[in-house]
Every structure is written in C-alpha cells, then in structure tokens.
Design a protein around this ligand. Structure first.
Ligand code: C2G
Length: 152
C-alpha cells in the first residue's frame, strides 16, 4: 500500500469527504481491459481499493491463474490508478469491506450485470457497472500464447 496517512488525507482533502471506490477481480495476465476498468474506477473517486481474489478463491471460481496472488498484487500496486490491494476470499466478503473501508462506490464490469452477485450492494454504497472492454480476456491471451490451444 502506498504510504497515505490520515494527516496526508486531511491535508489533501480537508473537510471534504474523500470518495472511496472498491472493485474486485482476479486480474491474472493483466491486459488492456483490466487497465481500462481500473482507470475508469479511479476516475469515479479519490481512492481506489482493489479486492484481489486469492489463489484459493480463484480455484473456487474455477479460474486457474498463471500468476500467483503475490505477483498479481505486486503488479496492481505498481499501477498509478490503484491505491490499495486487499485479499478477496469470498463473494460475500464485500459487504464487510464496504463497512470496514467506508466505501462510497462499488465498481464492476458489465459481465456481472443482472447477476445475483450484485444483490444488496446498493444498500451499502453506490453500485456502478462499467462496460466491459470487448475482444480481450485473460483466457484469450493465454489461448493466443498457446497457439490457440484450449486453456482454463
Ligand atoms: N474486465 C473488463 N474488460 C475485459 C475483461 C475484464 O472490463 N475485457 C473487467 C471485469 O468486468 C472485472 C475486472 O475487469 O470487473 C476484473 O476481471 P476478472 O479478473 O476477470 O475478474 P473475475 O475473475 O470475474 O473476478 O468478486 C468478483 C470477482 O472477484 C470478479
């Protein structure tokens, strides 16, 4: 986490409430679509937290990642849009995170539109669904690298 103290926050934002945004994902084999999502998410507030799926949770989501949690975390922390990365252990963890991190806005890509996953979020914070970037995914990148062979 980048060194941001309460004083820094007070000094920068004074009385104005800092808008805190959160999003979640696997963010494996980072690509243009991931970055566009994170850039737009940061643009909706002052402080962006990314809930990054742990390796165990990825397996529960039937996603076998190329990069391990610590590697994916490091790459996200190197990005100018991302202020903090926290581990995501389950789909329902978010409701505790909204309270723990005093979240104003929850952002996710349109592949989650209409899914049960989003139910109840608007009781805690603003729910924002952003259009997914077409024609790019970690699976597609992996398949291309494997010369079109199927992969998970
Ligand atoms: N994304 C996007 N455009 C793409 C690919 C992904 O906008 N071409 C967005 C997704 O919609 C998501 C984010 O990038 O909001 C991360 O995508 P994944 O790593 O595939 O996330 P996923 O495994 O679906 O995990 O609790 C929620 C889950 O952790 C989401």
């Amino acid at each position: 986490m980048k060194k941001v103290t309460q004083n820094t926050l007070w000094w920068v934002y004074g009385q104005n409430k800092m808008i805190k945004v959160i999003t979640y994902g696997t963010f494996d084999v980072l690509h243009y679509g991931h970055l566009k999502l994170l850039e737009r998410a940061k643009g909706l507030g002052d402080y962006l937290i990314v809930g990054l799926s742990t390796d165990e949770f990825c397996l529960e989501k039937s996603k076998e990642t190329f990069n391990k949690y610590e590697e994916r975390k490091y790459m996200l922390e190197c990005m100018k849009f991302v202020d903090e990365v926290i581990p995501e252990h389950s789909f329902n963890q978010k409701f505790d995170d909204f309270k723990k991190y005093n979240i104003d806005k929850f952002v996710i890509g349109s592949d989650y539109k209409g899914s049960k996953y989003l139910e109840g979020i608007d009781k805690y914070c603003e729910l924002i669904i952003l259009d997914r970037t077409p024609d790019i995914s970690s699976t597609k990148v992996k398949q291309k690298l494997l010369g079109g062979k199927q992969c998970r």
